[in-house]
Structures are given as structure tokens and as C-alpha cells.
Design a protein around this ligand. Structure first.
Ligand SMILES: C[S@@+](CC[C@H](N)C(=O)[O-])C[C@H]1O[C@@H](n2cnc3c(N)ncnc32)[C@H](O)[C@@H]1O
Length: 360
């Protein structure tokens, strides 16, 4: 057994490397394993351009049995390495998540939630033979039914969600734009880079500052980037060297932002709590209106009928979208967004005051 090197990416096969790690040594595991998509041929759009799907060698298994044996092997090691207070998240699509779920249960893990990642900007079904597939599932598990003292930051996540309990459906866009890492040829550097927002939620909700987060399928290092940003330690394993150098470069540029204690302080409400949607209900604002960021009003988001915002296909509360734009763990949306009323720019917080004056 070796001592695990913190904030380091191990190169090689995860099963072999996991075997060398001591038991009960990490606080959280996030695993984004191969999907085993079983793609038989390349897919083309109606205009004959090739669809850039998951057709990598690392995703190829000769049979379901081979895939299952692989999953049993790495998940067994994960269970051994996880602390008793720790939990594991495994993400997958319909191609693999049911097999992985059955294996997790067979190994004695206890499913706490099946979180649906709802992609607000999914890839269309080009052949028109099925519904557009717009979800992936994250299974969140403790080590077993009797392992009840696991980390879950309920209050923090409620704050993160603008004062409302967060549900198990997460609306997050696919990783596109500036966030998507590209090679020199301008093409995606990795076929399945996950959005940072997804990992931010996973890590914020189920670890504490300075905890150790292990990702055995590290890819471009989304887990490491989110862990560093939130003041946690990461350990990555990846079998392809080319992804390791991408991840190292990416993580090097990440800055750790303030920890949760400071964050909670900054978003403490001096005014009574008001749900943003109340302003819509009282016609103080309307669906379809735009909110702007102050900095030369460079960013804008559209108000949706349910009180969420749509910013470049990312759907979320005024707080969450504010945090996304600033790349911080949190944001007080009331003090971040501006709105035009009668040709004047108002801070959203002023409209909250207007609502409170109504004495509702
Ligand atoms: C679905 S991708 C993970 C993507 C990652 N979450 C991200 O955001 O970039 C799976 C990764 O696991 C790696 N991989 C596949 N089999 C592996 C194995 N046996 N050991 C270590 N890494 C493996 C692949 O090279 C690929 O980068």
C-alpha cells in the first residue's frame, strides 16, 4: 500500500492503481466511467457532417459481461478505499447506468439519490428515430444501509439554491463555449467533458473543506478543477496521457475561492426573504424581460415564467446564474442583476424593496 499523493493525477489503469491505495482513505469518490455505448458505426447528420460522438477506444468492451466485470472490479476497490463517512457518485447514461446501479447494490452500497442531470441544450436525435435524449443519471450512494453518518451539507445547498431545498433534478447545460477545452485543431479535446457546475454541486453538497475527492476516470480533470476551486484536495486516475496534460494545465489555472463559511456570510439576508418568482406573480417584472450584469451590461439573461433565468441555455435561479457567470461558488442575485425600467437601470434588490412595500 502507498500513501496517496494529494492533488496529483496517477497515470494508468484505475483498477491497478486503486488496489495500491490504503483502505478508508478518501472522503468522496466521483466516477464518470466509460459508457459502453456499443456504437457500431459512425453517425452522420442529415447534411452529411459527422456527429462527434463517443467513439473512443476507452469506451469499447466486447460484451456486457466484460463491462460488468470491469465495473465490479473498480467499484469493489472504491468501497474499500472510501471512509465510512464518505459517499460515492457514479454518473452514467441509459447505456450503462442500470448495469452500474445493479452492481452498486450487489456490492452493498446504499443509494441515497438518483439525481437527474437535465441537459438544457441536448444534442438532437439526428435520425429522428427516438426522443431527444436529454438526461444522464448520477447515483449517489453511502457505503451501506447502516452507514448513516455521511457528509451532506443540506443547509449550504439550500442557500445555494436561493433558499429553497434543492431537488434531485439539476438543469445544467452541456459543457460548451469557453468552458469546453479544445485542441489546436479547434475540436473538442475530450468527447465527454462534464460541466463544472455539475461537479461543483457534487463537491459542495457532500464534502467539507480540505476533504479528499477521488476520481478514477479523471479525463480533462473537471473534478480536480472544482475541488481546487472549493478548497478540497483531489486525487485523479487516468489511463490516457494526453488527457493528463490537459487536466494538469487546466487545474493549474484554477484559483481557490472563499470557503463556505465566508460564502454563507456574504449571502446572509438583511431583508426578509423573497422568492424571485413573487415579483412575477405581482407583475413587478414579466417573463421575457432581460436582466443585465453591471459590467458594461455585457451579459444578459432572460426571465422565465417559473422565476428561473435562461443564460446561454443555462437555466437556474438569479443566484445560481450569477455564480456561474462570475465562476464563484455563490452569488446574491439580488445584488448582482440589473433591470431596465422606464429607461433607467435598477438593481434587482430595489425591486425586491418595491415588493416588500406592498406589505405582502
Ligand atoms: C467518461 S470519461 C470522464 C470525463 C471526465 N469526467 C471529464 O469531465 O473530463 C472517462 C475517462 O476514463 C478514462 N478511462 C477509461 N478506462 C479507464 C481505466 N481503466 N483506468 C483509468 N482511466 C480510464 C478514459 O480515458 C476517459 O478519459
Amino acid at each position: 500500500m502507498i500513501d496517496i499523493k494529494m492533488n496529483h493525477i496517477y497515470h494508468g489503469d484505475c483498477i491497478e492503481i486503486l488496489k495500491s491505495f490504503p483502505s478508508k482513505s478518501v472522503d468522496l469518490i466521483f466516477a464518470d466511467p466509460p459508457y459502453n455505448m456499443q456504437l457500431k458505426k459512425e453517425l452522420y447528420r442529415p447534411n452529411n457532417t459527422k456527429v462527434d460522438g463517443v467513439n473512443d477506444d476507452w469506451d469499447k468492451f466486447s460484451s456486457f459481461q466484460e463491462y460488468d466485470n470491469f465495473c465490479i472490479a473498480w467499484l469493489k476497490e472504491c468501497k474499500r478505499i472510501l471512509k465510512d463517512t464518505g459517499t460515492i457518485w457514479v454518473i452514467g447514461s441509459y447505456h450503462n447506468i442500470y448495469r452500474v446501479g445493479a452492481i452498486l447494490l450487489d456490492l452493498g452500497f446504499w443509494i441515497l439519490n438518483d439525481v437527474t442531470w437535465h441537459k438544457s441544450n441536448p444534442m438532437p436525435n439526428f435520425l429522428g428515430t427516438r426522443f431527444t435524449n436529454a438526461t444522464e443519471t448520477l447515483l449517489w450512494c453511502s457505503k451501506g444501509e447502516n452507514f448513516k453518518k455521511y457528509t451532506f451539507n443540506h443547509k449550504l445547498m439550500k442557500q445555494y439554491n436561493g433558499g429553497k431545498q434543492m431537488t434531485s433534478v439539476w438543469n445544467i447545460g452541456l459543457c460548451i463555449g469557453n468552458e469546453r477545452i479544445k485542441g489546436e485543431d479547434g475540436k473538442k479535446a475530450h468527447s465527454t467533458q462534464k460541466p463544472q457546475e455539475l461537479l461543483k454541486r457534487v463537491i459542495l453538497s457532500t464534502t467539507n473543506p480540505n476533504d479528499i475527492v477521488l476520481d478514477p476516470f479523471f479525463g480533462t480533470g473537471t473534478t480536480g478543477a472544482a475541488a481546487k476551486m472549493l478548497g478540497r484536495n483531489f486525487v485523479g486516475i487516468e489511463r490516457e496521457k494526453k488527457y493528463i496534460s490537459i487536466a494538469e494545465k487546466r487545474i493549474e489555472n484554477i484559483k481557490t475561492v472563499f470557503p463556505e463559511s465566508a460564502w454563507l456570510e456574504t449571502i446572509k439576508e438583511e431583508k426578509p426573504k423573497v422568492a424571485f418568482v413573487k415579483l412575477l406573480e405581482k407583475n413587478i417584472i414579466s417573463a421575457g424581460e432581460l436582466l443585465y450584469t453591471r459590467k458594461r451590461y455585457s451579459k444578459k439573461a432572460k426571465i422565465l415564467a417559473d422565476g428561473n433565468l435562461n443564460y446561454e441555455n443555462n437555466i437556474g435561479s438569479i443566484h445560481r446564474i450569477g455564480a456561474l457567470i462570475q465562476q464563484t461558488p455563490s452569488c446574491n442575485g439580488w445584488k448582482f442583476w440589473y433591470i431596465f425600467k422606464n429607461n433607467k437601470l435598477f438593481l434587482l434588490d430595489d425591486l425586491r424593496g418595491e415588493y416588500l412595500k406592498l406589505g405582502l
